[in-house]
Design a protein around this ligand. Structure first.
Ligand code: ACO
Ligand code: ZN
Length: 226
């Protein structure tokens, strides 16, 4: 379903020679020297960061036909924690987070989805929490405002003031742009619920998303409903 807004954006992209790189997913203008330079700068660094060579000891917590999920804990060897941190940085820069510190680094568990091409295509950081504030439902998008205004307005989510009991806080969830809508985020979250607390299965209510982006909220709403 294309809106008028979308058509204008597409026309603009054609005019400026915009393309999405098929390997790193960056959207840039092939006509612009600065864009080409930025892409060259980004491309190899990104692919190196998500490249996964395999480790002597891997904590595999789930396996699928198209990949696996490994868990990295703060006390793991440097090569593992460094990879987790590098991937988290990529996610952070895409999310526009400035600082890269976690609220409780010592309890942070990082789940990485590795695909069959040996690339880290998904990352989820989960932390111990005790309470959370529910994000209140937002009204539907009114007809007379454009998408950018709507997204901007909805970045400030309305939260309830009543704390609710939660156990696991998801402070980051990120999937490589070229691999989205393949249930990678869903599988990461399902795996968190099964493995976050030893010997118990967490309900959807016991998981909280911190400060979700509009995309994160669309995903979380869908995930929690089903
Ligand atoms: N728009 C609408 N619905 C969506 C979207 C979207 N962009 N993304 C997911 N959904 C819904 C869909 O109903 C989808 O099911 P469907 O594909 O059968 O229709 C369902 O959620 C499950 O989606 P997944 O395939 O499991 O999600 P995906 O692997 O694509 O990852 C994510 C979703 C993590 C939000 C991804 O789009 C992403 O990395 N975005 C950029 C980073 C970001 O914004 N992360 C969330 C930040 S919030 C936080 O970290 C706490
Ligand atoms: Zn590229």
């Amino acid at each position: 379903k294309q809106t008028d807004n979308q058509l204008i954006i597409d026309a603009g992209q054609k005019q400026f020679g915009a393309t999405t790189c098929g390997s790193c997913g960056m959207l840039y203008s092939t006509d612009s020297p600065e864009d080409n330079f930025q892409h060259t700068q980004f491309h190899q660094r990104f692919l190196d960061t998500i490249k996964f060579v395999g480790w002597k000891k891997e904590r595999v917590v789930a396996e699928f036909w198209d990949g696996k999920i490994i868990l990295v804990l703060p006390e793991d060897p440097k090569y593992a924690t460094k990879k987790a941190e590098d991937v988290r940085r990529i996610a952070d820069s895409e999310l526009g987070f400035q600082q890269i510190t976690l609220s409780s680094p010592s309890s942070a568990k990082t789940y990485l989805f590795i695909n069959s091409d040996r690339m880290v295509v998904g990352c989820l950081v989960a932390e111990n929490i005790r309470q959370a504030f529910r994000v209140l439902e937002q009204p539907e998008k009114p007809k007379d405002i454009n998408k950018e205004d709507f997204m901007e307005r909805h970045r400030a989510w309305c939260c309830s003031t009543v704390p609710e009991k939660a156990i696991c806080g998801v402070s980051r969830i990120w999937v490589f742009s070229l691999m989205r809508r393949k249930s990678i985020a869903t599988r990461l979250l399902d795996t968190v619920r099964n493995t976050f607390m030893y010997g118990s299965h967490l309900t959807k209510e016991e998981i909280a998303f911190s400060d979700p982006t509009p995309e994160g909220k669309l995903f979380a709403t869908k995930y929690c409903d089903t």
